[in-house]
Ligand binder design. Structure first.
Ligand code: 5GP
Ligand code: ZN
Length: 116
């Protein structure tokens, strides 16, 4: 299953290995291949969606679920109090390179705002 040629669908299906840190019936979370911080986790829905820009009302629960997965991982891994950043790069100007909706969960250092 999954969308042809989508690397994150292949990670969900186990065809491409990834260091999974959390998963449940809706989402899978795994370490980013090129971490931009000491903690850099990607949280993705099992069901393919191209990007946040393609989200509609039917994605409402999934989007909430992904956010709460970030909260849970941050608590479980012990960096919730120090803080973290959740990012959804969206389409070209947003810097999105993989077109399967995903949250970046970044932690372990001080982040600047606005980001570059
Ligand atoms: P985007 O630029 O679309 O917001 O984020 C895509 C992220 O996916 C990048 O941070 C990139 O390092 C990561 N990535 C791309 N391919 C793979 C892969 O095969 N495995 C893992 N673990 N991360 C990947
Ligand atoms: Zn996909």
């Amino acid at each position: 299953m999954g969308v042809d040629g989508c690397i994150f669908c292949r990670i969900v299906g186990g065809e491409i290995p990834a260091a999974r840190v959390f998963e449940d019936e809706v989402c899978v979370a795994f370490d980013d291949l090129e971490p931009q911080a000491p903690v850099h986790i990607l949280i993705i829905p099992r069901e393919h969606a191209d990007s946040l820009a393609s989200a509609t009302d039917v994605h409402k629960e999934t989007l909430g679920h992904l956010m709460l997965a970030a909260v849970k991982i941050a608590r479980d891994k012990g960096f919730a109090d120090d803080g973290y950043r959740v990012v959804i790069n969206t389409n070209s100007d947003g810097g999105q390179t993989v077109f399967h909706l995903h949250l970046h969960l970044l932690a372990g250092r001080q982040f600047v705002f606005p980001p570059g």
